[in-house]
Structures are given as structure tokens and as C-alpha cells.
Design a protein around this ligand. Structure first.
Ligand code: DC
Length: 210
């Protein structure tokens, strides 16, 4: 059983996916962390986030050190991730790992929850359940701003909002696996939903498909 969760940045899909995986006893893969790790690899080695050859090489040799690096969550890493995510060769290099995770979840789990941008459309088009999680840009920017200040990153709100709009634009406009809901995805708008309400709604949708 595969639960695919897609949506724009800071819509709450990561938290939702983690809690769903915990409650269902499924393995969880945050696919954004793969793109972030590629972005971080470039920043750390002094490459431009637009250097496609370096990005592909990084994607092919991702190690667990980068995937657990605290710098993964930095704003600069997120922006670099959004740039490398637009490169078809980078996406191709990360595809098999994601599909294999979904097909054979680690630890013998009987299912997997994957979150990202293209899980329901490209990575797992046959997922058992597809959720597309959204929220208004201002709401997402407020959440991202809170998260960043909680980690001591002092970015002005206006800049967080501008970055988020730019990242949305890039994720939606790119030719390779653009961010869009799969035709059979359930839409979940979390603008006015606390996490427990969003979780209850997602569980009701999943229960209907099991
Ligand atoms: O969800 P996130 O902010 O950690 O994702 C980082 C970047 O990676 C974001 O710009 C979109 C991209 N991404 C993607 O293109 N496809 C995915 N499945 C996951 C993330």
C-alpha cells in the first residue's frame, strides 16, 4: 500500500506524512530531502546550483551523511534544491531509489508514505491513495517563517513570502514533473486546519481506500 502526498512548500505535508506513517506503521520517505541533499552538496563544494553536471553527479552518489545534515533545512538549501529539481537528469537519477522505497519499504513495513511534488503523478502513479495538500501562500509563509526563526534563522517575513512564491512558480512552471495534483488526488487545504484536524481528514480518506 502506497500513500502519495504532494503539494507546495510549507503546506504541512511533511508533518502530515510523518504522522500518517507513524499511525499506519508505514515507512516514510521525504523525497524533498533528496533534492535538498543534492542542493546542499553543490553549496558545500562551491558549485553553482545551476551546474547540471555537478548536480547529476551529486544525485548519483548521495550518501546518508548529507541526508541527515542539519543544513538540509536551511533556506539557502531549499532554494538550491528547487533549482536542481528542475533538471530532468537529476530527477531521473533519483527516481529508482524512490520507486524502490515505495515498492519494498525498508524494515519490512507493509506500506510506504512518500511526500513530494510528483509522487502521485510520476513516482507512484498507481499509489493506493493520493493526497494533494495545499494552503494559502501567506499561511505557508507564516509557517515557514516560524520554523526558520525557531531554528535561529532570521529571515524577514517579506523575504520568506517572496522566496516561497518564487519556489512555487519554479516548481509549477518547470517542464520536468511540474507540481500539479494527479487527476485522482484528494485535495486537502490546510489553511484553516490544525494538524490534528488535517490528520483526521487524511485518515478518513485513506480508510475509504483500504
Ligand atoms: O519539500 P521541500 O521544500 O523539502 O522540497 C525541496 C525542493 O525539491 C522543492 O523546490 C521541490 C523539489 N522537490 C521536487 O521537485 N520533487 C519532489 N518529489 C520533492 C521535492
Amino acid at each position: 500500500m502506497i500513500v502519495a502526498i504532494d503539494g507546495p512548500t510549507a503546506a504541512g505535508k511533511g508533518t502530515l506524512a510523518r504522522l500518517l506513517a507513524r499511525d499506519l506503521g508505514f515507512a516514510y520517505l521525504d523525497t524533498g530531502s533528496l533534492y535538498r541533499a543534492v542542493g546542499l552538496a553543490l553549496l558545500r563544494t562551491g558549485h553553482s546550483p545551476d551546474d547540471e553536471a555537478a548536480a547529476v553527479a551529486a544525485a548519483r552518489s548521495l550518501g546518508s551523511d548529507l541526508l541527515t545534515d542539519p543544513g538540509l533545512r536551511d533556506e539557502a538549501t531549499g532554494n538550491a534544491a528547487s533549482r536542481v529539481a528542475a533538471m530532468p537528469a537529476v530527477r531521473a537519477a533519483l527516481l529508482d531509489y524512490q520507486r524502490e522505497f515505495a515498492r519494498r519499504p525498508p524494515g519490512g513495513a507493509r506500506g510506504a508514505v512518500l511526500d513530494g511534488r510528483d509522487i502521485g503523478t510520476v513516482v507512484c502513479p498507481d499509489a493506493t491513495v493520493k493526497l494533494f495538500v495545499t494552503a494559502a501562500p501567506e499561511v505557508r509563509a507564516r509557517r515557514r517563517h516560524l520554523e526558520l526563526s525557531g531554528r535561529g534563522e532570521d529571515v524577514p517575513f517579506a523575504q520568506v513570502l517572496a522566496d516561497l512564491n518564487e519556489r512555487d512558480r519554479r516548481d509549477q512552471a518547470r517542464a520536468a514533473a511540474p507540481l500539479r495534483p494527479a487527476p485522482d488526488a484528494h485535495l486537502l487545504d490546510t489553511s484553516d486546519l490544525a494538524i490534528d484536524a488535517a490528520l483526521a481528514r487524511a485518515k478518513a480518506i485513506i480508510a475509504g481506500r483500504m
